[in-house]
Structures are given as C-alpha cells and as structure tokens.
Design a protein around this ligand. Structure first.
Ligand code: F6P
Length: 416
C-alpha cells in the first residue's frame, strides 16, 4: 500500500483577522495537490504535545465553510505562545513530537505564525535533518505587528491597519464634535510591541475629510516626557481637540516602557515578552494632572486584530495565497523555510510569494526605518503612508446572520 501523504498545520502567537484565511489556503491547496489528510493542531505545538489535533475534513464540509473560515477572526484551531527548548536541552521532547508525526504519516508540517513561532519551524527542521527524518517544515507568515524580516509585509497587518485608520478617523470625529471653547486630549494606544508599523497606520486617518492625529509616537524612538508635555502645551494654544497616537511599546531613555510607570502587571510570556498595556491610560492621567483638561485613553487592544468585519481584501487574498504557497513549496521539496510576500508593483499594487531560509527570520524583529519618521520622531512620513495604503484596499464583506457576522467555529465533538 502506498504511504499516506498527510499534512499537519498549526496556528501560533497573537491571532489576526486573516490567520484563518491562511489555514483555508493550506487546506484547499493540499486537497488540490492530492494530499490525503490535513490535520490541524489544536493550540499549536503545545496542543500537539498533548496529542490534541483534528482532521480538518471533519470541520470543513462545503465551499461555504472555506468562505466562512476566511472571514473568521482569531485562531480557528486555537493558538499558543510556546517556546520549544533547544534540541540538546530536551531530546525526549523532540522524539515525542516526531513519534506523533510518524504515527500520523505526516509528510509536511506547516506553522502559521510570527517571528517567535518561526523559532519552532527552525528547531523542528534542524532536528529532522540531524536525525534523518523525512518530514518537511514550512512557515507561513502572520502577525499584525508587521515585524517579520525579509517579507515586504505580513498577513494580518493590512487588516489591522485598515481598522486602526478607520477607528482613528472615528475617534477624531467624536472628539471634534465634543469640544467647544475648551481643550480635550485623546490618546489612542496601538499594539505592535517594539515595532511601530501599526501605530504609524493611524496616519492613514489624515485625508480630505480628516486632519489625522496630531502626534504619533512609535516605539523605535525614545520617548521623552518633558518634550511630550511641551508639544501638548503648544498644541493646546492652537486647537481644542488634540488626538495623539501612542504605541503600547514606547520606552523612556532608561529603557523602561511608559506603561510600566502605571499599574501594569508582571506577566511575561514564554518568549520573555512583557504584557504591554496601559500606556495611553498612564499618559492621559499624567496630562490631566499637568495641564488640567479633560483627557481620554482609547485602547484599541484586541479589537485591532480581531475586526474581521473591517478586513482588507488584499490582506485576505494574500493570507490565503501564502498558505497555498507553503503547501506548494513543501510538495516541491522545500523545508526549513518561510514563505514571504514580495511587492511586485505599487500602482496598480501587485504581489507575489517568495521563500527564505527560516534561520534568517526566526526571532528577528523588523522595525520602522528611522527615515520613515519625521525628524522629531512625532509622525510618520508620506513614504510610510504610501507603503501601507495598498495593503488596506478592498473589502471582504462578512456573511451576516441576524445582523452580525457569521464565523466558522471548531466542532470539538467531531471525530479525528
Ligand atoms: O504579537 C502580536 C500582538 O498582538 C502584539 O502586538 C501585542 O503586544 C501582543 O500580541 C499581545 O499579546 P496578548 O494578547 O497575548 O497579550
């Protein structure tokens, strides 16, 4: 009997509005290429270690399910933030993983994730080569943070940027309508950890019908409290409503995150990342006491990565494309690599997939170049906006049921 050709796919790290479109791309392409089964790890490699997985054919029955999956935010299979030990630290763990893979006749292992998740692809592909195992390991890029190296951008970023741009416009409208003969300062806090791609996307709000935020603070530039206060005081003399975008990850010269000045918890994930939250709240309270006017903190928080009703069509299409490209690459013999998106043209926008050695990508962070910000580090340049704009184009209308978007939800009772 011919050996079974199966694929296993997992999702890892912070979810996005389009991570499931990549899963759909893997599934569809795998079937078209004649693979026998596609398994989904439940909660990534962490769940796989507990032998938690599903046969995706028990979850996706119709073309409509694929369409729903593409429109479903968060990780359909469940995600994890789990760091594999170095191979020499725990060989038994790797043996366990490969035992599971061999029992399931896995030929291809695909992981949809960001820079931390690519560490898993790197270690597993290294172990396979070291021990002469035949499985292929491929990474599919994903992160709203857009901080993966060697890819023009990451799936998930475009949709989050679209939501952030739209929400910034709406917050500015709201604030403008409220102030009369008094000042009000609104601080919008945006995710992205040490990379300012998402915070910079608030500049998209600046358009014919909107003045855009007044100041934008990216984590790539050291934040100076005194200079910030001086800027705010100056603006207060010129206009009533002031809107400032701040990254969750802005830091002081001494290396402390601004949010650490407030009441942030001590939680640190497996990759050593602190939970960054509360920057806008801290600054809003600080300004309220310094300049004595109404202030408000708006944390976009998880909304910015789960707003599938605001997803960009370009983003969904590309997320689907990179999922399919990973299957194709593995089928053609690649391993230890991650699919990337290359920008082929800007006007009209066109992209294609490429592929790179995952060792060049895992654990690296691509930050916003300093030259894409103004001299003071308080705004992004036109070049930045021109880079983001094509990625937020087009809509992918939700399938509405009873007035709300319908999602595809894992059926945990389905047989493996
Ligand atoms: O890595 C993606 C991301 O959304 C970051 O922008 C953010 O700092 C982090 O995840 C938040 O993670 P969690 O939801 O686990 O707190």
């Amino acid at each position: 009997m011919a050996k079974k050709r199966n694929i296993i796919v997992g999702q890892s790290g912070g979810p996005t509005a389009v991570i499931n479109a990549s899963l759909a791309g893997v599934y569809k392409n795998a079937l078209e290429r004649g693979f026998d089964k596609v398994y989904g790890m439940l909660h990534g490699i962490q769940g796989l270690l507990d032998e938690q997985y599903v046969d995706l054919s028990t979850q996706i029955h119709y073309e409509l399910d694929i369409e729903l999956l593409k429109r479903t935010p968060s990780a359909f299979l469940g995600s994890c933030r789990y760091k594999l030990p170095e191979i020499h630290e725990n060989k038994a763990l790797y043996e366990k993983i490969f035992d599971i893979l061999n029992r399931l006749d896995i030929e291809v292992f695909i992981y949809i994730g960001g820079n931390d998740s690519m560490d898993t692809i790197k270690k597993l592909s290294d172990y396979a080569i070291l021990t002469g195992q035949m499985q292929k390991f491929l990474g599919v890029p994903k992160t709203i943070d857009n901080d993966l190296a060697l890819t023009d951008h990451t799936p998930g970023f475009g949709s989050a940027a679209k939501y952030i741009g739209a929400s910034t416009k709406e917050v500015i409208r709201d604030a403008n309508g409220l102030v009369y003969k008094k000042n009000m300062i609104t601080l919008i806090e945006v995710m992205g950890r040490n990379a300012g791609w998402l915070t910079g996307a608030t500049a998209l709000a600046k358009s014919e019908d909107c003045e855009g935020p007044d100041l934008i603070y990216l984590p790539e530039v050291t934040f100076d409290m005194d200079r910030f206060l001086a800027k705010i005081k100056d603006l207060m003399n010129k206009k009533e409503s002031i809107v400032v975008a701040v990254s969750e990850g802005i830091k002081l010269a001494d290396g402390r995150y601004v949010c650490e000045l407030g009441s942030v918890g001590d939680y640190v994930d497996a990759f050593g990342h602190k939970q960054l939250q509360g920057t806008a709240t801290y600054l809003a309270n600080y300004l309220a006491s310094e300049v004595n006017c109404k202030t408000r903190a708006v944390e976009l928080s998880t909304l910015q990565r789960s707003a599938s009703h605001m997803a960009s069509r370009v983003d969904i299409d590309e997320a689907f494309m990179v999922g399919g490209a990973a299957v194709k690459a593995a089928d053609e013999g690649d391993t230890g690599k991650m699919v990337v998106i290359d920008r082929v043209a800007d006007d009209p926008y066109m992209s294609a997939t490429g592929i790179y050695d995952v060792h060049r990508i895992a654990n690296e962070e691509k930050l916003v170049p300093r030259s894409w910000m103004n001299r003071e580090g308080t705004y992004v340049t036109k070049y930045f906006v021109d880079y983001v704009k094509p990625l937020i184009q087009g809509d992918y209308q939700p399938i509405m049921v009873n007035g709300l978007p319908r999602h595809l939800v894992l059926n945990k009772k389905a047989k493996r």
